[in-house]
Design a protein around this ligand. Sequence first.
Ligand SMILES: [Zn+2]
Length: 380
Amino acid sequence: MRVTIAQGRLVNDQVFEGIKNVLQGTIITKGKRIKPVLTFNFIENDEHNFEELIDEELDYILKKKRLEEEVEINSNGKPFDHFFDSIRLLRSINNISNDNLIVLVTGERNNRNFLGFTDDTLLNTFIYANEWNRIYSTRINSIYPISFEIFSWIIRSKMFKSVTDLYESSHTNNQGCIMDFCEHIKDHKFKSRTADICETCNVILERNLFPEDIKQYILKSLDTIRQQMLNRDIENREAKSIELKYVHGVLEFVVPSFNDLVIKFSPQAKAVFHFFLQNPDGVSYKRVIDFRQDLYRLYRRFTNREGDQIEIEIINRMLGFDQGEIYNGKNNLSGAINLINETLKVIFNPHIIDNYLLKKSKERYSISLNRNLFIDRTIV
Ligand SMILES: [Zn+2]
């Protein structure tokens, strides 16, 4: 079975890379070379459009809107068809056969607040990649619940005859089964921690002659992912300090002990991250605007385009700075910081991640990293 995973709009590159690694590395073969029954094909999005920012005071919605409920016209998020249309387009551009499943991992919100859904073919499926911290603690890397959902949608694609059939078979009273509807999205935690398929659903799988080898492969993968999300395991992993380095020649942040892994930041993210690394005491989010010259300078460095007004506009928008007016109470800094933190969470283990994240305390943003661990190779 072949499944295509596509990186949609506003999906952090590092998160997509992390999902790839999880999907390809879930089965430990212990030196044995086994032919996977399930192969993945990845389509990356090279638009680099993730600089579009999330609202400053993000209003987390924790409830789904069922299909039988009306959606207000001006509601937050795109209708499902917007995602299905993009998948159909991807299918034709990439010549993907009509009987192959495509999962679009998207950073765009949908207007029913679903974590993912599919169209009537069950082969055009999207999964929402952002805001998983509404459900899981910030220490849980979003690549795990997203991968969990990818495997679940692979099962569902072969389990039902139509989307109506699928929707009607979902459990409104959650059972700790991959078919739990989870109207309150926080309940997702319970199905990911059981990674189980209930008796009723097993009967459906058998009736529809779901291929046993694929089923076993997916169940093992779900188990591996489940382990990664258990708090007791996160607590037990050994702590150690890891250096972070800024290399001026290539204008990148790298992690030397991870074989010089390059952190995939956008120019804006690099500017903001470097700015806070250079200000260990942190800066109040209301006062960041006073440091805009520093941010312009850093941003120009990372875009390598001196004096471009449009680029400065990006920083102005982030700071809520408009034509010389003073701080107006609204900026998008927390959106930019969210994107940085999501990237970092893919790289650093949960037990040390707190040192690298940009955190807000008493209106000040700062990075708590011991600066002895930051090697700044800036050439002034
Ligand atoms: Zn079930």
